[in-house]
Design a protein around this ligand. Structure first.
Ligand SMILES: Cc1cc2nc3c(=O)[nH]c(=O)nc-3n(C[C@H](O)[C@H](O)[C@H](O)COP(=O)(O)OP(=O)(O)OC[C@H]3O[C@@H](n4cnc5c(N)ncnc54)[C@H](O)[C@@H]3O)c2cc1C
Length: 472
């Protein structure tokens, strides 16, 4: 029986583990924290995109992303199964079998659902286990070492750490940033929640004509609120500007050019236990710029600053935003929201052109429909998002999971082989789950076939993925 070790039980890792176990492998999933889901759960980023074409995020499409079924859905498999299980448990908004463009979910229920899915598949989940080294024989990865001093031998190791940590330990080639500068990366955010919100007043303010919202947006916003549905408010740029003029809008770590009016500062009511909760909002705010998140010292400095920044943004809301007069910072995410670090160089590197032109590949392992979402490097301008042309979705080639020169190792999630632009799309949650599922099946199958993963006949992998319900 194939022995597969998956390192990192986050967005891609839980799917890799389940897929490998269902393909017949003996699977151990090592996770350094005490829950699964990574950025999805501990990062408080509860909105899965890329199962459908994600349109350009203008106000009118942004507001209804969590309720709209527009466009064809072409991601199924473990991603849709997880969403259906969540809906059943009151943990996601929507109709079983049909994902919305962005699926809103409850991160606490998610932790339980994916842990159960792993155990039902026969995966041995080991929490509080951090991988610190790899075992190699003749250059091939044959296992890992963890913090307890354990050595865990495997036929294949899958790196789903987000940061490509295992690939780095194994000496794999990777890229980070641009032009040799590892700090030329997207900003970091720590999602946070504010409680005690009177959102009806915020919506009244948004509709008062004092912000630059289109009539179409406001009509949809009001309707979603009245129907008790999920909605999005793209921050309140005019209030941010007024606060900045009065010296009440905080500066962010690493940016001297932050433009409060353009600053990413989105808010949404949360989804909990089967309903939208309007008196608690979650906030996606860019907080630290030009940080190499693989460097612990800089990252730690940024984390301290980001927590302080969060409280200051909370003060801005209390002082300036109608409906937040009595609100408070309820929770700051445990997992730091890192958008971009190592991109492990694989047998093929997915390019921005591949994504935007919705290209097909003979070694396709599934689809992704996410916009290219590369946040502004220094906060001086609004983030420009680019949708895939023609409302289509691109295929994900298997080769981006296979490190170019190291056997015994596969990668999945946001550290796959992609240039910066393509990474801005494939890093979205459903893209990570699709790559995770494919890596899991490939690891199990390659061992059964007695071949290295790079030599796995693609037809076999594609058939096995279809057998697991994936759409190719
Ligand atoms: C602020 C922000 C907002 C976003 N918004 C959205 C959105 O709205 N919709 C969307 O679809 N996507 C969004 N994304 C993107 C998406 O959430 C992430 O790219 C994706 O979740 C990353 O998945 P992953 O599996 O690569 O890593 P993660 O989910 O981060 O999982 C990595 C796991 O590995 C573990 N780990 C790391 N190192 C080790 C080790 N050495 N040993 C053991 N365990 C280890 C970690 O603890 C973690 O559990 C957002 C991302 C950010 C940062």
């Amino acid at each position: 029986m194939a022995k597969v070790v998956v390192v990192g039980g986050g967005t891609s890792g839980f799917a890799a583990a389940i897929a490998a176990a269902r393909a017949g492998a003996d699977v151990t999933l090592l996770e350094q924290s005490s829950y699964l889901g990574g950025t999805m759960t501990g990062g408080l980023v509860p909105g899965i995109v890329s199962l459908r074409h994600q349109p350009w995020r203008d106000q009118e499409t942004l507001v209804e992303m969590e309720t709209s079924h527009a466009g064809d859905q072409v991601v199924q498999g473990i991603a849709q199964e997880m969403i259906d299980r969540l809906i059943d448990a009151g943990g996601a908004y929507g109709i079983p079998g049909q994902a919305t463009i962005r699926v809103s979910f409850d991160p606490e229920i998610m932790k339980v659902v994916i842990d159960k899915m792993c155990r039902e598949a026969g995966v041995a989940v080991e929490y509080h286990t951090k991988v610190t080294a790899v075992l190699r024989e003749n250059g091939r990865v044959v296992g890992v070492k963890a913090n307890f001093g354990d050595e865990i031998v495997a036929d294949h190791v899958i790196d789903t750490t987000g940061d490509g940590h295992v690939a780095w330990l194994a000496g794999a080639r990777y890229e980070q940033g641009e032009k040799g500068d590892p700090t030329y990366v997207q900003p970091i955010s720590m999602y946070f929640l504010m409680g005690g919100v009177a959102l009806d007043k915020t919506i009244d303010y948004a509709c008062s004509g004092r912000e630059d919202f289109s009539e179409g947006y406001l009509r949809k916003l009001r309707k979603l609120y009245e129907e008790g549905k999920p909605l999005t408010i793209p921050g309140l740029p005019r209030l941010r500007e007024v606060a900045a003029q009065a010296g009440d809008y905080p500066g962010a770590f690493g940016s001297t050019t932050l433009n409060p009016r353009a600053h990413n500062n989105i808010l949404r009511p949360i989804f909990r236990n089967g309903r939208v909760v309007y008196d608690i909002t979650m906030h996606n705010v860019d907080m630290a710029y030009r940080v190499d998140a693989t460097d612990n010292k800089t990252l730690s400095e940024a984390i301290g600053s980001m927590r302080d920044f969060t409280l200051k943004i909370g003060e801005f809301y209390r002082k300036y935003v109608p409906g937040y007069e009595n609100a408070y910072v309820l929770q700051i995410a445990d997992n730091i929201g890192i958008r971009e670090t190592r991109r492990v160089v694989g047998a093929y590197m997915l390019t921005g052109e591949d994504v935007l032109e919705a290209r097909s590949f003979p070694d396709s392992i599934g689809y992704c429909g996410a916009t290219v979402d590369v946040h502004n490097i220094d906060g001086s301008e609004s983030t420009r998002m680019t949708a895939i042309r023609g409302g289509r979705l691109y295929q994900i080639p298997y080769r981006i999971l296979v490190p170019e020169a190291i056997d015994g190792l596969l990668v999945a999630g946001r550290c796959v082989s992609a240039d910066r632009v393509a990474c801005g799309s494939i890093r979205q949650q459903a893209g990570c789950i699709v790559t995770g599922q494919a890596a899991g099946v490939a690891a199990a199958l390659a061992t059964d076939q007695g071949v290295e993963a790079r030599h796995l006949p693609i037809g076999l992998l594609q058939q096995a993925l279809k057998d697991q319900g994936a759409q190719l």
